[in-house]
Write a new protein. Structure first.
Length: 430
């Protein structure tokens, strides 16, 4: 459906003010991408946020999306973005001379729009890099102010390190240090200790895991010598109680268990039907329900806090896609991207069915604002294509016509949800 009034790109310049007065010293802008395409209102808007991609964070942090694209209709305003996920405060490979100005724009956006932030910092193989990232995070925290902090995420998909050793420059020594040497847990505790000393002792903390954390076909989480997820989570629950939030990145797009249609080489209508719907028997809600049940088994509490750190779809084929779905011509298309995003906007976060009530996630983040790349591989998950584009990526109403979904446990299209992996390169932390 086309909007009657365009959402014009607006750049509202702010005057320079003093940090000493408690405000941000920056000339920053609020940004909305233009499109005549209306996809509906945002259901549960206060519980949905946008992930900040590397492209935007490094190159155009003065163009963060103020509104959810393709919401608002006629004279009704578009829905404001109320939360963002920042994967890392800065990257070692980004120009240091750009950091101060980028942060000024970022903090202006956060303050002017009263946005809550899930801020990330790293757990990796090089302690000095983890320390530097955390020092940057502490500096950014001071600029933001405690009223804008949703939580602190320490580490991103550590369970994937042993799979993508080449891409992440991870060796056996690093893996042994992370898990047998307990570096992952000890660094997590060290960061939380310093975080608490800054006055954040009541702020939620988390470490984010992907779909592989659900693997193993057991009632608990993945736990092997190369990725002791259940051991880590057990320690976190014991140490921090319900202050610790379980957070997962779930991508139907990267689900390795999706099947091609019978007797075809490039058709995947059943897998798309299963992945594009939002009922309890559909891909994302069903996977989230598996996580909820494992959380309950571990904690004994069916209402333990849970967030989804990344949910998204690629509007074009990306070489990050390794499953059979790379052969399906419709899977990585603009039409499917639109349909998945529209479904996300309308999702009420429910993961329950009539016979099994389950507590839904409290917060979910769409990945991402703009297209970006990981390890040099272009990806197309953004709602805007690139920096300085004034238009949203979607400008025409071209939905994918979804057939009736089939259950992932019995229907064609899906083999299993238990071992569904997250993003192909999720461990990069972006």
């Amino acid at each position: 459906m086309l909007r009657l009034v365009s959402l014009f790109c607006s750049l509202t310049m702010l005057s320079w003010v003093s940090w000493a007065s408690g405000q941000v010293t920056a000339s920053a802008a609020t940004f909305s991408c233009a499109s005549e395409l209306f996809l509906g209102d945002v259901v549960s808007a206060s519980q949905k946020g946008l992930a900040l991609d590397d492209m935007t964070a490094a190159n155009c942090s003065n163009q963060l999306l103020q509104n959810w694209p393709h919401t608002g209709f006629h004279y009704d305003p578009a829905t404001k973005v109320k939360s963002i996920r920042i994967f890392k405060p800065w990257a070692h490979e980004w120009p240091e001379e750009h950091r101060a100005e980028a942060w000024k724009s970022l903090v202006t956006y956060i303050r002017n729009n009263n946005v809550k932030v899930l801020l990330g910092t790293s757990i990796g193989c090089i302690e000095d890099m983890d320390r530097q990232t955390w020092e940057w995070a502490k500096e950014l925290l001071q600029m933001m102010g405690p009223e804008h902090l949703l939580g602190l995420a320490i580490g991103n998909e550590l369970e994937m390190f042993h799979i993508f050793t080449k891409e992440l420059n991870v060796d056996a020594k690093c893996l042994k240090k992370l898990w047998d040497g307990d570096y992952a847990w000890n660094w997590f505790k060290q960061v939380v200790s310093e975080f608490d000393a800054m006055g954040y002792a009541r702020t939620p903390v988390t470490s984010i895991f992907g779909g592989l954390a659900l693997g193993g076909n057991t009632s608990f989480f993945y736990d092997t010598p190369e990725a002791r997820v259940n051991t880590f989570l057990s320690k976190a629950v014991s140490e921090y109680k319900m202050r610790y939030v379980f957070t997962f990145n779930f991508y139907p797009y990267f689900d390795p268990h999706l099947d091609m249609d019978d007797h075809t080489e490039d058709q995947c209508t059943a897998s798309l039907a299963y992945s594009l719907c939002w009922e309890p028997n559909c891909n994302l809600p069903e996977t989230t329900a598996v996580a909820r049940k494992k959380m309950t088994n571990l904690t004994g509490n069916p209402d333990w806090p849970m967030w989804l750190g990344e949910v998204g779809w690629s509007s074009r084929y990306t070489a990050s896609l390794l499953s059979d779905m790379k052969k399906c011509k419709d899977f990585s298309s603009a039409e499917v991207f639109q349909t998945f995003y529209q479904g996300f906007l309308g999702w009420n976060l429910s993961i329950s069915n009539l016979t099994e009530p389950l507590t839904p996630p409290e917060q979910v983040f769409w990945f991402t604002m703009r297209d970006s790349s990981v390890f040099g591989i272009p990806e197309y998950f953004g709602l805007v294509s690139k920096c300085h584009d004034s238009h949203c990526k979607m400008t025409q109403d071209k939905p994918y016509m979804v057939s009736s979904p089939q259950s992932g446990s019995t229907g064609q299209g899906k083999k299993s949800t238990a071992g569904s992996a997250g993003h192909r390169f999720a461990t990069s932390g972006r």
